[in-house]
Design a binder for this molecule. Structure first.
Ligand code: ATP
Ligand code: MG
Length: 512
């Protein structure tokens, strides 16, 4: 036997990391074999991303305690580049592509093929094309990133990591924004890489996936390792109990929403495609929502669900046509400020782009949309603001040192809660929620579900877009299904079944 086979390919020993006031990692040990897929799970804020940032050189030696070994050799990465040189590629939870640049430029950013300093564009795009082909991605490498959906951007990040010939690949929540088909593409890629001997760390809140593809699983809780076991020896329930330290009961609270008058109506909404003249992303969609009602909008990625909500919210000015009525009155929405003024709140799917200012405090982020309401006309009432935010943060169990913590320092799931809190502070009449639980752990999901029910009970009309069918079915009073920009089905809570909704979402119901 090769002596090297007895040492773990990668070993992280007794890792500690503190931030001002927070002990993020407290003696964590973790190892990875060649060709292994090792899941790293835990609640929001457990320390998963931090551990992988240490591996990726984001927190260089000696900004952490403990040791990193590859094939038995101690590694001390001074930078992200050092880690990349050692064959480590990390795909972070918050995507880091440059929106204004093309797919190809992003993949080779800083490593462009050059002759005498001049970039060889043809070569760059040819190699980008190759990488994309390898992943079976039908995306033109010349496409600017901002024209791609968040799911496609995720796959571009993976192409970029592969261009480095990584031996260790870390995927932090890789499927949070992917459609079913994209997930299968990703799993295909993962299998291929595993066969090549690449070791992979897979961070996910979707335990079903973890059990499907991972060999071993490590649970972190509050910065400590709870345990590492082969997935075949564990059940989902055991893992959840280890993650949260308690049993999680029925995740969808049973409720009956008392519905009032129609408060929001959209008629014949059309949204044009910015890239293809004459093409529509949303075609003649009409719907109404009552006070206290939760309207779920189901559909596959690219069905036009987000575009529909964004357009109504005034974010697609110039590409939108249709009529909006709020509380029976025709409304003119020329931009998001008008929408907010009319009482519409919007938790967007892409929190980095539309939801959060990462280098500002939690407090500033929460009050961004509601400054006028909390403060007087011109003077900001700091105490009132802080008090309102503190109670919102407490209600949603936001894990942060205080409301003065910088938003970018919160874990991914906690950032999402801040976005939700921000809109709740605007006291909206109508609340649009687009993938509100993306990247959120089971315990926190349950809290957000109760919050949605509480908001509906208080009379807010809610429009919920989610790719998780159980979420749509568990929360909605009525379900609207979109397929390629059109409404292909509508069901009451009692009528909606996963089969019926999926048939409409895939367009199969049309043929019948
Ligand atoms: N740059 C930072 N400054 C201060 N605190 C930080 C920073 N980065 C992370 N933390 C804190 O460290 C802890 C662990 O965060 P981390 O992002 O590793 O969690 P996570 O397990 O990845 O959670 P999630 O599932 O929500 O992504 C959290 O309490 C977080 O607020
Ligand atoms: Mg994380």
């Amino acid at each position: 036997m090769n002596p090297l086979d007895q040492v773990a390919f990668l070993e992280m020993r007794n890792i500690t990391k503190t931030f001002p006031g927070v002990r993020a990692l407290d003696g964590v040990s973790f190892d990875l074999q060649k060709g292994e897929l090792h899941a790293l799970v835990g609640e929001n804020g457990a320390g998963k991303s931090t551990l992988m940032k240490i591996l990726g050189g984001v927190y260089p030696y000696p900004e952490y305690g403990g040791e990193i070994l590859i094939e038995g050799q101690v590694q001390r990465f001074g930078s992200v580049n050092d880690a990349a040189q050692a064959g480590i590629a990390v795909i972070y939870q918050e995507l880091s592509l440059v929106k204004e640049m093309s797919v190809g430029e992003n993949i080779f950013l800083g490593r462009e093929p050059r002759t005498l300093g001049v970039i060889r564009w043809e070569e760059l795009y040819r190699r980008a094309r190759q990488l994309l082909d390898d992943l079976h991605l039908a995306i033109d490498p010349h496409t600017p990133i901002h024209n791609l959906g968040i799911g496609q951007q995720q796959l571009i990040e993976i192409a970029k990591a592969l261009s480095h010939n990584a031996r260790i690949l870390v995927l932090d929540e890789p499927t949070a924004a992917l459609t079913g088909a994209e997930v299968e593409t990703l799993f295909g890629i993962i299998h291929k890489l595993r066969a090549r001997g690449v070791g992979m760390v897979y961070i996910s809140h979707k335990l079903e996936e973890v059990f499907r593809i991972c060999n071993r699983l490590t649970v972190l809780r509050d910065g400590q390792t709870v345990g590492t076991r082969p997935t075949s020896e564990l059940t989902e329930a055991q893992v959840i109990a280890q993650m949260v330290g308690r049993e999680v009961g029925d995740i969808f609270p049973a409720v009956h929403h008392a519905q009032g008058d129609v408060v929001f109506e959209a008629k014949n909404v059309c949204v044009n495609d910015p890239n293809v003249p004459g093409k529509s992303l949303v075609k003649n969609v009409s719907f109404a929502v009552r006070r206290g009602e939760v309207l779920g909008i189901a559909g596959l990625m690219g069905a036009g669900r987000s575009d529909l909500l964004m357009a109504i919210f005034g974010a697609h000015a110039g590409r939108f046509s249709g009529e909006i009525r709020i509380a029976g009155h025709a409304a003119r929405i020329a931009g998001p400020a008008d929408a907010i003024g009319l009482g519409i709140g919007f938790v967007t799917e892409d929190r980095k782009r539309f939801g959060l200012v990462l280098d500002q405090t939690v407090l500033n982020n929460m009050t961004l949309a509601s400054l006028k309401r909390i403060s007087g006309r011109f003077i900001t009432n700091v105490d009132a603001e802080a008090a309102a935010c503190e109670s919102a943060a407490k209600e949603l169990h936001v894990k942060a040192r205080s409301v003065f913590a910088i938003a970018g320092t919160l874990s991914g799931g906690n950032q999402q809660k801040v976005v939700l809190a921000k809109w709740l502070l605007t006291k909206p009449r109508v609340l649009f929620l687009d993938e509100p639980t993306r990247g959120i752990d089971v315990g926190a999901k349950q809290e957000i579900y109760s919050e949605i029910n509480r908001l509906a009970k208080s009379g807010i009309a809610i429009v919920l877009v989610s790719s998780e069918l159980p979420e749509i079915l568990g929360l909605s009073d009525r379900v609207l299904v979109l397929h390629e920009g059109r409404v292909t089905g509508e069901f009451t809570r009692a009528e909606a079944t996963p089969e019926k909704v999926m048939a409409c979402a895939t367009g199969r119901a049309l043929a019948a």
